[in-house]
Design a protein around this ligand. Structure first.
Ligand code: PMP
Ligand code: GLN
Length: 437
C-alpha cells in the first residue's frame, strides 16, 4: 500500500454542510439563497472607501505589506478602546487582543492552544458546526448538552406582531441546569457559548451566563465566548442588550471572547476576526497563530480600524451602523416570520443574530412536497435539498448544528438567513407561498 496517505487526524473529520450546500447552490443556481450566512446588500460605504483609499495610496507603500503578526496596531488599539469600554476594564492592545483570519481562525487557535488529547469540551446544541471537528482535531472529546424548547412564551410587550400562535421565541430554548452541570468534570477544558446563537438566535440572559460562569469556576475551566453576532440584538426581545461573560464578576480571568468583522460590518468576505482576554490566556493563542497564518491582511485591518474609530464615536447614537443594521433587520425578521407562520413553517423568532429556524413538519404532512428522492440524515436536510433543487430556494438543515446522537432533535428544522435585500426576501416569500398554493 502506498505511504502517501493523509494524516490519521483526518479520520475524525467529514465534509461539512457548507461544502454540500455551496455545491448545490453552484449546481442548481437558486433564485434566492437564504442558506449560508452573508448579507446580499452592500457593506457600509465608509468602510469600503477606507479600504480603497488605503490600498491605492502611493504615499503609504508599506500599508500593502505585512503587518504585526498578532494584529495591525491601529486595529488592536481601537478594539482595545471599544472592548475596554464594553467590558469595563482596561484591555492592553499589545497583549490582550489577537487578530485572526475570521472568527473561524480564532476558534481554531483556541482549540489547538488549549485542548489536549482526552480533554473534554462542552458544546451547547445547536452549535456552530465547526466546534465539533475542531475539538476532535485537537484530540479532544466533545460533550454535548442541548438547549431544550420549553412551553411557548407569551408575547413581549409591544411585540405581539411577531409572535403568532404558530411561532415561538428563541428565548423558549433553555438549558436544564442539572443536565448542564452533569456534563462538567475534571476532564472539562472549556465550554463554548455562542450568544447570540447561530442558528437559533437565542440571546443568553445574564442569569444563564452567571450559571455557566459559576460552573466554570467550580470545575476550574475556561469559557470560550463566540460573540460574532454581538451587535445584533432586536428591540422587544427580553434581553435588550448583549451581556458579555468577560464583564461578569470573576470571569475575565477565565474567558476568551471571539468577534468577527464579517458580522460586525457586513463584510463576511474580508475574513478578519479577533480574540480578546487576559494576557496569560491570549499568549498560547499567539503561539498557534504565529505557526499557521502569522499576519492577516494589512489593508483590511487598516480599513476596519478606520471603521471602528468612527463607530466608537457613534456608539449608542442613531448614526451607529450597528443600530441602523439592527433596525433594518428587525423588519426583515418580522416579515419572514409572518410569511413562514402563515405557510405552515412554524418559525422560532430570534432575539438576535440573523438566522431564523423553522419547523417544516406541518408542511411536509400536507404531501405537497415529496422529499423521498432526497438524501440526508433528517427530514429537514432532505427538504432543504429538495427546496434548493426543485424550487430555487436555499436554506440550511438545522441538524447540521447537532451531534449525530442528538440530530433527531432537529429532525424537522431548517434555517433561513434573513440578512438579505427586501427583494430577495420577497422572492423567497413567493416561493414559499407557491409551496402550499
Ligand atoms: N462563529 C459563528 C457562530 C458563526 O456563525 C460564524 C460564521 N460567521 C463564525 C464563528 C465564523 O466567522 P468568520 O466568518 O469571521 O470566520
Ligand atoms: N457563519 C455562516 C453561517 O452560519 C457561514 C458559515 C460557513 O460558511 N462556514 O451560515
Amino acid at each position: 500500500m502506498s505511504r502517501i496517505v493523509s494524516a490519521d487526524r483526518l479520520n475524525c473529520i467529514e465534509s461539512n454542510v457548507w461544502v454540500e450546500f455551496i455545491e448545490l447552490a453552484n449546481k442548481y443556481k437558486p433564485r434566492v439563497n437564504l442558506g449560508q450566512g452573508f448579507p446580499d446588500f452592500p457593506a457600509p460605504e465608509h468602510i469600503c472607501r477606507a479600504l480603497a483609499s488605503t490600498v491605492v495610496n502611493p504615499d503609504r507603500p508599506l500599508i500593502n505589506q505585512y503587518t504585526r503578526d498578532c494584529g495591525h496596531p491601529r486595529l488592536t488599539t481601537v478594539l482595545s478602546q471599544l472592548y475596554g469600554q464594553l467590558v469595563g476594564r482596561p484591555i492592553d492592545a499589545d497583549s490582550e487582543i489577537l487578530i485572526t483570519s475570521g472568527a473561524y481562525q480564532s476558534l481554531f487557535n483556541t482549540f489547538m492552544a488549549y485542548v489536549n488529547p482526552g480533554d473534554e469540551v462542552i458544546i451547547i446544541e445547536p452549535y456552530f458546526d465547526c466546534y465539533e471537528p475542531m475539538t476532535r482535531l485537537a484530540g479532544g472529546i466533545p460533550v454535548f448538552v442541548p438547549l431544550r424548547p420549553r412551553r411557548q412564551s407569551p408575547p413581549v410587550d409591544g411585540d405581539e406582531d411577531s409572535r403568532s400562535p404558530l411561532s415561538s421565541s428563541s428565548a423558549d430554548w433553555i438549558l436544564d441546569p442539572e443536565e448542564l452541570e452533569s456534563k462538567f468534570s475534571d476532564k472539562t477544558k472549556f465550554i463554548v457559548v455562542n450568544t447570540p446563537n447561530n442558528p437559533l438566535g437565542k440571546v443568553y440572559t445574564r442569569e444563564e451566563l452567571e450559571l455557566i460562569g459559576r460552573l466554570c469556576q467550580k470545575y476550574d475551566c475556561l469559557v470560550v465566548m463566540d460573540e460574532v453576532y454581538e451587535w445584533l440584538i432586536y428591540p422587544g426581545s427580553p434581553q435588550r442588550q448583549h451581556t458579555r461573560m468577560a464583564s461578569l464578576p470573576g470571569m475575565w480571568d477565565r474567558t476568551l471572547t471571539i468577534g468577527s468583522a464579517g458580522k460586525t460590518f457586513s463584510v463576511t468576505g474580508w475574513k478578519i476576526g479577533w480574540t480578546y482576554g487576559p494576557r496569560d490566556l491570549i499568549r498560547p493563542l499567539y503561539l498557534i497563530h504565529q505557526s499557521n497564518v502569522s499576519s492577516c491582511a494589512t489593508p483590511i485591518q487598516e480599513a476596519l480600524a478606520i471603521g471602528f474609530e468612527l463607530e466608537l464615536k457613534r456608539l449608542d447614537t442613531d448614526q451607529s451602523y450597528w443600530r441602523q443594521l439592527t433596525e433594518s433587520l428587525v423588519g426583515k425578521r418580522d416579515k419572514l416570520s409572518a410569511v413562514l407562520s402563515t405557510n405552515r413553517l412554524m418559525p422560532t423568532v430570534p432575539d438576535g443574530g440573523y438566522f431564523m429556524v423553522a419547523d417544516c413538519s406541518q408542511l411536509l404532512a400536507t404531501e405537497k412536497v415529496d422529499i423521498t428522492g432526497e438524501s440526508g440524515p433528517t427530514r429537514g436536510w432532505r427538504f432543504a435539498r429538495w427546496l434548493s433543487k426543485h424550487r430555487g430556494l436555499q436554506v440550511i438543515p438545522v441538524s447540521a448544528f447537532y451531534s449525530r446522537e442528538h440530530n433527531c432533535l432537529a429532525e424537522n428544522l431548517i434555517r433561513f438567513c434573513f440578512c438579505k435585500t427586501d427583494r430577495s426576501l420577497e422572492t423567497a416569500e413567493q416561493i414559499i407561498r407557491e409551496l402550499i398554493g
